[in-house]
Design a protein around this ligand. Structure first.
Ligand SMILES: Nc1ncnc2c1ncn2[C@@H]1O[C@H](COP(=O)(O)OP(=O)(O)O)[C@@H](O)[C@H]1O
Ligand SMILES: [Mg+2]
Length: 273
């Protein structure tokens, strides 16, 4: 489904130019969950933005190829990217407030990709949106439909973003640190939600995190990045059990040696909508 080869991304607004990603490669099958792990600044977000055609102007792809469902992503025009984004490939981020529009209702945002990519009528879009809200575990969808993002808790906003990303039934979802800002209970819920969506809809997920423990709980394969380069890759269990590289060992030793402390004291809530 996805084949990235020799991808390099350079910032050309600094002197000398800064190579943020160097010779990155990855292949993914339909329905797979693959992780990219690495400390902050290792080039994970640049790689995912390249995959969405969303790199800023100063970040240039200097070499490599990206093939998605047999199509060459690097030769796409802005218009072709727009047709692809949200429909075939969608993305969720660490902070939903930056991708949710504060002045649009939750219902409107849930329906956005249906509005852009289908000819569905309003009534049908709403039905789909309400159904997707239930699927991502949002209670009282009718009420939420009329709410605004600031009226929701962080975990609920994350669910809205996941639902909006999945409503168009994309083949690939890129999740860039989607649980980093959440407390552990909500984090665990969001991870199981992503797994469920992967199983039920067959959506492939490229899951990006600086946290190997999170990667371990959701991915089958992992790519370890350090300073823009892949230092190691393979099945998660193999990489965790016998890391080949000193950097991976260091990432592993940074994981606290205790189980998740699952606190149940934080109820997700809807403030007055
Ligand atoms: N505008 C910029 N100019 C130069 N370097 C940048 C710019 N934006 C980001 N970078 C650098 O690119 C590298 C990769 O960043 P990023 O992909 O966001 O890392 P990650 O997501 O792994 O934390 C970092 O070292 C960062 O400092
Ligand atoms: Mg990042």
């Amino acid at each position: 489904m996805l084949e990235i080869q020799g991808l390099s991304i350079e910032f050309q607004d600094v002197n000398p130019p800064f190579l943020a990603v160097q010779d990155f490669f990855l292949s993914m099958n339909s329905g797979e969950i693959v992780g990219i792990v690495g400390e902050s600044g290792s080039g994970k977000t640049m790689t995912s933005l390249a995959l969405m055609g969303l790199l800023k102007r100063q970040a240039k792809i200097t070499s490599g190829s990206m093939m998605f469902l047999g199509e060459d992503l690097l030769s796409k025009s802005q218009k072709e990217w727009q047709a692809l984004r949200g429909k075939e490939i969608s993305m969720i981020f660490q902070e939903p407030m930056t991708s949710l529009n504060p002045v649009l209702t939750i219902g409107r945002q849930m329906e956005e990709s249906l509005r852009l990519h289908t000819k569905m009528e309003a009534k049908e879009r709403k039905k789909k949106a309400l159904d997707m809200m239930s699927q991502v575990g949002l209670a009282q969808p009718e009420k939420l439909y009329r709410c605004y993002p600031h009226q929701l808790s962080g975990g609920m906003r994350q669910r809205v973003m996941i639902g909006s990303a999945l409503i168009g039934n994309p083949k690939l979802m890129i999740a860039d640190e989607p649980t980093t800002a959440l407390d552990v209970t909500i984090q665990a819920q969001i991870l199981s939600l992503l797994k469920k969506m992967n199983q039920e809809h067959g959506t492939a997920i490229l899951f990006i995190s600086h946290d190997l423990r999170v990667i371990q709980s959701i991915c089958s394969r992992v790519v370890v990045m350090y300073q823009g380069k892949i230092v190691e890759s393979g099945p998660v269990q193999t990489v965790l059990r016998s890391p080949q590289q000193a950097y991976t060992k260091k990432l592993l030793s940074a994981i606290p040696n205790r189980a998740y402390s699952l606190r149940r004291d934080r109820k997700e809530r809807i403030e007055s909508c």
